[in-house]
Write a protein that binds this ligand. Structure first.
Ligand SMILES: Nc1ncnc2c1ncn2[C@@H]1O[C@H](COP(=O)(O)OP(=O)(O)O)[C@@H](O)[C@H]1O
Ligand SMILES: [Mg+2]
Length: 328
């Protein structure tokens, strides 16, 4: 829980901008965002597909490939050092060791040609300089920690021999093997059924809390976040539209976009008579052709003339922040 007690920031992101230079236009995927992550905190980044969530977390570890480019004014301080100013060799010592990442698809993390245990052991040998025997023993241990039954035996399986849920657990074990300070999780449960998803979320919360880690959890699905995230940051068109403590953001959303996202979540009973689910009208703007003023105005039911002309600033509202003229 974010109690308001100041825990020292473990990550401090300042003026992060990432764009993709396409032929004829530039996509501003991340547009001058600043935020911090506290020790032991679960921060969620939410928003529809295309809002810049993945580009944000990939930028933190400088994993953006050309034609993508992180602006020179961007800063990502981890334990006082700017990750964006480090050499490739220095950053390689951070990636996977102090800050590790899990993805939607385990195939992004595992090589099909090696056993799951051997791949976890390899990471332990590289980053922690463990011996071969010790690293294999430890690999089975971390697989057991993510509640994979018969972990000793499963460690000798190839990725294709594990079910989707078990492979996702193995990917979490791989990410946690070196006891990182920060876990970055990009829609890690989207490919899974709802029951398996909830189990994976429980596991992530249990392991991060047990290890005193912080996590940034990316999702398009606000529904997952109740009882899970401490703080939520809602993104749209590369900008932060709202951020605040998870409870208040989910119960009393400030931004019309956050409200629309929450209204789009199917709830048993609520839509019984309407015949169809509510969804937000229109679609996320192509970041290369962002509307003038507030980027959400063409889809917003509360838009007034000013919203078409002038972009609102991100302003403080109690313990939250919101970017909307209605709240000025
Ligand atoms: N490799 C790429 N090349 C060109 N445009 C990209 C690339 N990756 C992302 N984008 C664009 O950047 C914007 C943000 O994308 P992304 O961060 O993947 O969104 P999200 O993760 O929220 O779905 C989108 O407009 C997307 O089309
Ligand atoms: Mg994404």
């Amino acid at each position: 829980m974010n109690t308001g007690v100041t825990t020292k920031d473990i990550l401090d992101v300042q003026n992060l901008s990432t764009r993709f230079n396409m032929v004829g236009h530039t996509v501003r995927a991340v547009d001058d965002i600043s935020f911090s992550l506290n020790g032991r905190e679960i921060l969620a980044i939410a928003g529809e597909s295309g809002s810049g969530k993945s580009a944000t977390i990939l930028s933190l570890l400088r994993l953006i490939q050309p034609p993508g480019e992180i602006s020179g004014a961007s800063r990502v301080f981890f334990e006082g050092e700017d990750l964006l100013g480090m050499s490739e060799a220095e950053l390689d010592r951070v990636r996977g060791k102090s800050i590790s990442m899990i993805f939607q698809e385990p195939s992004a993390s595992f090589n099909p040609l090696f056993t799951v245990g051997a791949q976890i052991a390899e990471v332990l040998r590289v980053h922690l300089k463990l011996s071969r025997i010790e690293s294999l023993r430890r690999a089975a241990e971390v697989l057991a920690q993510v509640h994979i039954p018969n972990a000793d035996k499963r460690a000798k399986d190839f990725p294709f021999q594990l079910s989707g849920g078990m492979l996702q657990r193995a990917m979490i074990a791989l990410a946690l093997a070196c006891a990182p300070r920060i876990l970055l999780a990009d829609e890690p449960t989207t490919a899974l059924d709802p029951t398996t998803s909830m189990r994976i979320l429980d596991l992530l919360k249990e392991r991060t809390s047990a290890a005193g880690m912080s996590m940034i959890f990316v999702t398009h699905d606000l529904e997952l976040l109740s009882g899970f995230a401490d703080r939520i940051m809602v993104m749209y068109a590369g900008r932060i539209f709202e951020s605040g403590p998870a409870d208040s953001l989910l119960e009393e959303p400030l931004h019309p976009y956050t409200r629309d996202l929450l209204a789009a979540i199917p709830r048993p009973g609520v839509f019984k008579d309407s015949g169809r689910l509510y969804s937000i009208q229109g679609r996320v703007p192509d970041a290369g052709r962002r509307p003038e003023g507030c980027a959400y105005h063409p889809r917003c039911s509360r838009a007034v003339e000013r919203c078409r002309a002038e972009e609102p600033a991100l302003i403080r509202k109690g313990s939250s922040f919101v970017r909307c003229h209605v709240h000025e």
